[in-house]
Design a protein. Structure first.
Length: 195
């Protein structure tokens, strides 16, 4: 069975949501474009080969990252990334050949050594982000494409979206792709740590 993952989005730029539906692609960001200011940070001792440090730095600047979540009902994700429950959560299956990384949450910045890879660096996030339950997809270094291709199965709208707006956007989505399930999140199904 394919892995189902989730992209939380605001509806403030509805054209972006429509592009995702039409093109079946999600944007991949460079690590410098991500919201965590500590993204891609690492430490190393003075005796580490400078070529290794330079190679990791160069590689970081050439790889695109698409971040997804494991679950569609993470309350803080709805609050932070889906416009305080007025946005949406897109359920996808990844169809690109990008590398899949399970994010590891840690209280320590990764330390570079002779066997450290770029993936070892980019899969680590601070423990404070653990609620995201993140899976990352990483483009190849040769890739010039920033878009991760996906199959969209379902789009869940936040419980605070107005019914009239929900019904309109549902009609548009089904006109674009009638196989997508369109539904509304119920407040009682959100996980804010009390489920």
């Amino acid at each position: 069975m394919p892995e189902l993952l989730y992209k939380y989005r605001s509806l403030s730029k509805i054209e972006r949501i429509l592009e995702i539906i039409i093109d079946r692609k999600l944007y991949g960001a460079l690590y410098t474009e991500m919201n965590d200011p500590m993204e891609g940070y690492f430490q190393y001792s003075p005796d580490v080969d400078r070529n290794l440090v330079r190679n990791i730095m160069d590689s970081k600047n050439k790889r695109y990252i698409c971040s997804l979540s494991r679950k569609p009902n993470i309350g803080l994700m709805w609050t932070h990334y889906a416009d305080e429950n007025k946005g949406c959560c897109i359920e996808v299956e990844v169809t690109s050949k990008w590398e899949r990384l399970e994010v590891v949450y840690s209280n320590k910045i990764p330390t570079l050594n002779a066997s450290t890879t770029l993936e070892d660096i980019l899969k680590v996030k601070a423990q404070v982000w653990h609620y995201e339950e993140e899976i990352r997809y990483l483009s190849s270094e040769e890739s010039t494409k920033r878009m991760l291709t996906v199959r969209i199965n379902r789009i869940i709208f936040g419980y605070k979206i107005k019914t009239k707006y929900f019904n309109r956007i549902k009609k548009v989505i089904l006109a674009l792709n009638p196989s997508i399930i369109v539904e509304k999140m119920r407040k009682e199904d959100l996980d804010y740590g009390y489920l």
